[in-house]
Design a protein. Structure first.
Length: 255
């Protein structure tokens, strides 16, 4: 399996190390697309992959799957292009699907093209429970409370403070780079308008923490995850990068 990556940041570097240096027996990253020529060229030389700054040239490569590992803004520009070229797609910046109509547009394109779109679980878990609970519309309430250190949000603060409380739709508007978890939770569950989100800044926490609560016909769930950050980027949880790797590892598995 030939894999391409949109993006040249920390997640791209992590995937290059893991995939091209032994964690996948049946796949290899062969191409990168990005705007940062200096970083892209360095990664190209370090891992022996092609680097492209033109999306059309990138998508002309014989790629079986493309991983979007960039930003919400870049994802909005390039996802349709990837699907139009009949490549399977992994979307990291799930906040791009805040607009439900865009998700349906990309989904419809993939159905016509005969390709698949994968949404990794990112920095959270429990999505299988939400999907099961909502199978017959029995999921009544979903809330996620995200507690972050000031550094992970690029802020300075000496006290605990609730930065946001509202819907997943509004949360992604205010924190597009930090609460993709709210969107994947909403997609798996009751939608962006009904999913409740709280974002708390807390100088006492050492790990980004997500607490997911759900109620419905199935019963009740409470799940808490304390995430270690990526070594070179405190704004991104290591589990988010690992969830993308898991998608790539399992894509061709029989079970």
């Amino acid at each position: 399996m030939n894999i391409g990556i949109i993006g040249t940041g920390n997640i791209a570097s992590y995937l290059l190390e893991q995939v091209n240096e032994g964690q996948m027996a049946d796949g290899r990253i062969t191409a990168l697309f990005g705007r940062n020529r200096e970083v892209g060229t360095h990664l190209s030389e370090q891992f022996g992959v092609g680097f492209y700054t033109d999306i059309q040239e990138f998508l002309k490569r014989p790629l079986d799957m493309v991983v979007e590992a960039s930003t919400v803004e870049a994802a909005a520009l390039y996802l349709n292009e990837v699907v139009a070229h009949k490549k399977d797609l992994v979307v990291s910046s799930i906040g791009v699907f805040k607009d439900a109509s865009f998700l349906e547009e990309v989904r419809s394109m993939a159905e016509v093209a005969g390709t698949r779109i994968f949404l990794p679980s990112g920095a959270i878990g429990g999505l299988d429970i939400l999907q099961s609970a909502q199978a017959v519309g029995g999921l009544e309430r979903v809330r996620i409370t995200t507690r972050k250190s000031p550094a992970s949000l690029g802020m300075e603060s000496q006290r605990e403070e609730v930065l946001f409380e509202g819907t997943a739709f509004d949360a992604v508007e205010k924190f597009p780079k930090n609460v993709n978890v709210a969107l994947v939770l909403a997609i798996a569950g009751v939608g962006v308008e009904k999913t409740e989100v709280r974002v708390i800044i807390d100088p006492a926490v050492e790990r980004n923490t997500h607490t997911i609560e759900a109620e419905g016909d199935f019963g009740r769930m409470q799940l808490q995850i304390e995430n270690n950050p990526m070594p070179n980027n405190p704004k991104t949880s290591l589990l988010a990068a690992m969830s993308i790797l898991a998608v790539l590892q399992n894509r061709n598995q029989a079970v």
